[in-house]
Design a protein around this ligand. Structure first.
Ligand SMILES: Cc1ncc(C[n+]2csc(CCOP(=O)(O)OP(=O)(O)O)c2C)c(N)n1
Ligand SMILES: [Mg+2]
Length: 916
């Protein structure tokens, strides 16, 4: 507490002890500590001091947080290593990149384009990237395999500018910044592998996703290594993040995983320019201090780079820590303001707050205060020291917190201003001043000869020392970064045998499709070729899904192994952890699981080693919670299987409103990278998984391979039939096939469409319709409403633009040629799901939907309540036949009464039991 008892903002330390009321007494205490150390040794001194601290806490003293150190650099000047590079040449290169980065954005503001971009973020982080590029980031040609660098998304202009100078991007491409479709050479705003597949590797700009994905990337590298699949010992994951970005829950939420797994192959660099988009990140507090405590508390190694070398002599002279105290007590809002003023202002408002600090700068001019006292993030040597220390730290991940100025070197109108994030263009005066600051050899005339918005890019001559240096640094570190290989790496896929179990059906045994799928997975994991490639990912539901049976054989991945006496060590299905474990058991953590899916699902690109993630979750907690992570997975072109288990609005009987999923196919459908199926039976699953493997990992594939599968499976036990003779496999894969033909006879016809657990209801409805009303129903098993819709939309779009050609008809339209309606559809999902194909149904289409909030009850009651069950299908079918004049109008009311349709206890659709 401060003296006035107001709570202190996080990160602000006790006020300066400028006026120690009794320095002599203080000295005595310190002397006794010194004595203790010299007489009894460090260990005993530590012990005693710990007792003292404990005692003080008991006495209710408010001690400063021990997780936080002073607001100074973690690495002392004397511990700073020699700088291995050529500072002069690096500066020349950096200035040129800074200039070109600024021009990428400025030129994109030209009349008729005006697509924006960000200038200030790269300006503040540029030196960190350049130290990385010149001394740390390993390219793909490096013998160790290369580093994974997650670039701060909206700092992309700097990455493009560097690539341009190295000849990787043309000027036309830079001028196509943010004009991906209107310019023939358009390049995306941010790192999007999907949009620029040979360049970007990791999408980062949805704040908070990069941090979790980077942790899982580093974890996955270790996993590959420990499982003996690839030597990743020399590969490092870097994540460059904003201090504002660290406010996202996700940014801080997975730190424990990196610490738990001792990911010393991971470095976070947080660019603490103290600002986000609108204003200060912590005006009243200190974001670096706050982050330091949290990272350290989570088990990370924390390195702060606060001040540049200009401050070193001042700290050296600061014998009684008055300057350090001032640093600790000054809020970020003040530090931001100082850099928008001048040296005199800093002298008066900062140093002037304590006579001792004021005295420290007496010999300095205002100009010196302004120019020499820089922030750590703009000091190449300080950054290098931190990067080096981080990469040499063992047993822990490191975070480097770096203080910078937002809009650094862009001039007074930009630097540190609250609006700087959104400023996108320069005035003539700004431009000239920037040119002078960066020493760009362009005359006023050259600058403006083609108009303000066509100010030229600048690349030093190819044979200049600067360019040669720039190239040679990359050559010695294994080539350019970022770079993503685009050649397909395929797998040898298993034949029929692996799918036999699901094809045979379950005999008399009732099993849920979740179990059928897990059985299939077990068989596929036994395959010699692809077996080791599977990466089962489970957020603490293995027992629910019957996957605990895999524990003893596949084992749970834990880099530390199992160092305790396991409670179930004598059981057959023991919980077995091992560094070679294949199962990524994620704990209750769907976001990290999705990131683990992305890391494994992009291994084909990041490591040239295709792996097959099988991420199985409680379907409600999948796309709904992790939607943005799946979006990033799609951007990164992840492949693999995502399984929504215990799916459906009514099937997970008893769980209620937050568990019952009626809409995940809708959410998944909005992700263009997904292929969605909702199968009813094991043999359908077999075909879907087999085709999915072929599509994503097979050779000679003509379809888009960069997709991932979302398959919904259920926990309702029922008999899994054997695969029917002459099964229409093409229909099954395209979205639907006839499961049961209409009975022979004279009665009116109806088509019953159902997916997933709805298929047995449709079959029941078929029997009732025949027996009670003489209506002949055909049952279609719809495996994918969404795949049919996508194909149909594509066909329609093609026809729309190619009026001269023979019209390409959607597959569903062709399939339903000559099929007589009406059509009735049901599923365990919202109305919108079966409704997705309405446009292509050649007749009356009645949809039954499970809309609204979920609730807990038995399956038959829930299905009757929502009117999606067998008897509801019957009534709906009769009603539509009435509308077509094919049955007597009175039948509908009769049927409602006969089946007691309004009575939820009269429902018959659904069995009881099943894991949940
Ligand atoms: C999830 C999410 N919310 C909002 C944004 C919009 N946005 C882009 S950059 C930015 C400010 C970033 O501040 P900071 O992380 O401190 O980075 P800086 O530019 O200061 O380096 C915001 C709000 C976003 N990209 N993602
Ligand atoms: Mg910031």
């Amino acid at each position: 507490m401060t003296t006035n008892d107001a709570p202190r903002p996080i990160g602000i330390n006790l006020p300066s002890h400028a006026e120690d009321p009794d320095p002599e007494e203080t000295r005595e205490w310190l002397d006794s500590v010194d004595e203790l150390i010299s007489h009894r040794g460090e260990e005993r001194a530590t012990e005693v001091l710990q007792h003292v601290i404990q005692h003080a806490r008991v006495a209710d003293l408010h001690l400063p947080d021990s997780l936080m150190t002073d607001y100074v650099n973690t690495i002392d000047v004397e511990d700073q290593p020699e700088y291995p590079g050529d500072l002069r040449l690096e500066k020349e290169v950096r200035n040129a990149i800074r200039w070109n980065a600024a021009m990428v954005v400025h030129r994109a503001q030209r009349p008729g384009v005006g697509v924006g971009g960000h200038l200030s973020s790269y300006a503040s982080i540029s030196n960190m990237y350049e130290v990385g590029y010149n001394h740390f980031f390993r390219g793909r040609d490096h013998e160790g395999g290369g580093d994974h660098v997650f670039f701060q998304g909206h700092a992309s202009p700097g990455i493009y500018a560097r690539a341009f100078m190295l000849g990787r991007l043309s000027q036309e491409q830079l001028d196509g910044f943010r004009q991906e479709v209107s310019s023939p050479d358009g390049i995306p705003s941010y790192p999007h592998p999907r949009a620029m597949p040979s360049f970007w590797e990791f999408p980062t700009v949805s704040m908070g996703i990069g941090p979790v994905n980077a942790i899982e990337q580093a974890s996955f590298d270790r996993y590959l290594h420990n499982r003996g699949l690839k030597d990743t010992s020399q590969q490092r994951t870097w994540a460059f993040l904003g201090d504002g970005e660290m406010d996202e829950v996700e940014s801080r939420g997975a730190l424990h995983i990196a610490a738990k797994e001792h990911l010393d192959n991971l470095t976070f660099v947080v660019n603490c320019n103290l600002q986000r988009l609108d204003g200060p990140v912590r005006g009243n507090g200190k974001i670096m201090q706050e982050l330091e405590a949290q990272f350290r508390g989570a088990g990370w190694n924390v390195i702060k780079v606060v001040w540049g070398s200009g401050w070193d002599p001042l700290f050296e002279a600061d014998k009684d820590s008055a300057l350090v105290d001032l640093m600790n007590a000054t809020p970020d809002g003040d530090f931001q303001t100082y850099r928008t003023e001048d040296g005199a202002f800093i002298r008066d408002n900062f140093f002037g707050r304590d006579p001792r600090t004021k005295a420290l700068v007496e010999g300095m001019s205002d100009d010196d205060i302004w120019w020499k006292l820089n922030r750590g993030g703009h000091d190449t040597k300080k950054i290098y020291a931190a990067f080096k220390a981080a990469t040499e730290t063992k047993g822990k991940p490191s975070v480097i917190l770096v203080q910078t100025i937002k809009g650094y070197r862009l001039g007074k109108t930009f630097a540190g201003r609250n609006a700087t994030h959104q400023m996108k263009k320069f005035t003539e005066a700004d431009l000239k001043s920037l040119r002078d600051t960066l020493n760009i050899p362009l005359t006023d005339e050259q600058l403006l000869e083609n108009g303000l918005y066509n100010a030229p890019f600048y690349v030093p001559a190819e044979d200049s020392e600067a360019m040669q240096y720039m190239r040679s640094r990359r050559d010695s570190l294994g080539g350019v970064v970022p770079q993503r290989p685009t050649e397909e790496v395929t797998l040898e896929l298993p034949g029929d045998k692996a799918y036999e179990v699901v094809k045979r059906g379950s005999g008399k045994q009732e099993i849920a499709t979740t179990m059928a799928l897990v059985r299939l997975l077990k068989d596929l994991m036994r395959d010699k070729e692809i077996g080791p490639r599977w990466v089962p990912i489970i957020p603490d539901e293995a027992r629910t899904f019957g996957m605990d049976a895999m524990f003893p054989t596949a084992k749970i991945y834990n880099p530390d192994g199992q160092n305790y006496i396991s409670v179930d060590r004598d059981l057959l299905l023991a919980y077995k952890e091992s560094p070679q474990g294949q199962i990524k058991h994620m704990g209750i953590n769907e976001l990290s699981s999705t990131s683990a899916f992305t890391a494994a699902g992009t291994s084909y690109a990041t490591h040239g080693l295709p792996m097959i993630p099988f991420y199985i979750f409680y379907s409600m907690f999948g796309f709904q919670r992790s939607g943005d992570f799946f979006w990033a997975a799609g951007d990164q072109m992840a492949k693999g299987f995502v399984i929504g288990a215990t799916a459906g609005k009514t099937t997970l009987a008893g769980e209620g409103l937050q568990h019952m999923d009626g809409h995940s196919p809708i959410l998944a459908y909005t992700n263009p990278g997904t292929v969605i199926y909702d199968p009813a039976y094991g043999y359908e699953l077999g075909h879907i998984v087999r085709d999915g493997l072929q599509r994503m990992y097979g050779s000679d594939e003509t379809r888009l391979q960069e997709v991932f599968y979302y398959i919904t499976v259920y926990n309702e036990p029922y008999v899994q039939p054997a695969e029917p003779e002459g099964l229409d496999v093409e229909g099954l894969l395209r979205g639907m096939y006839v499961l049961e033909e209409a009975p022979q006879g004279e009665g009116p016809e109806v088509q019953l469409l159902a997916s997933g657990v709805g298929v047995p209801w449709a079959r029941h409805a078929r029997a009732i319709l025949e027996e009670d009303w003489g209506v002949r129903a055909t049952v279609w098993s719809v495996t994918s409403w969404t795949e049919m819709r996508k194909e149909a939309l594509e066909a329609d779009a093609h026809a729309f633009l190619h009026p001269e050609e023979d019209v390409r008809r959607p597959w569903i339209s062709q399939r339903l040629d000559g099929v007589e309606g009406p059509f009735v559809a049901t599923s365990d999902y919202d109305y919108l799901v079966p409704d997705m194909i309405r446009e292509w149904i050649p007749g009356r289409y009645g949809v039954l939907g499970a809309d609204g909030w979920g609730f807990s009850d038995t399956r038959p009651a829930a299905r009757r309540f929502l009117k999606i069950d067998a008897h509801s299908m019957v009534v709906k079918a009769l009603q539509m036949l009435v509308q077509e004049g094919k049955v007597d109008p009175s039948t509908v009311a009769q049927a409602i009464e006969k089946y007691d349709l309004l009575n939820v206890n009269a429902g018959e659709s659904g069995s009881f039991g099943g894991e949940s």
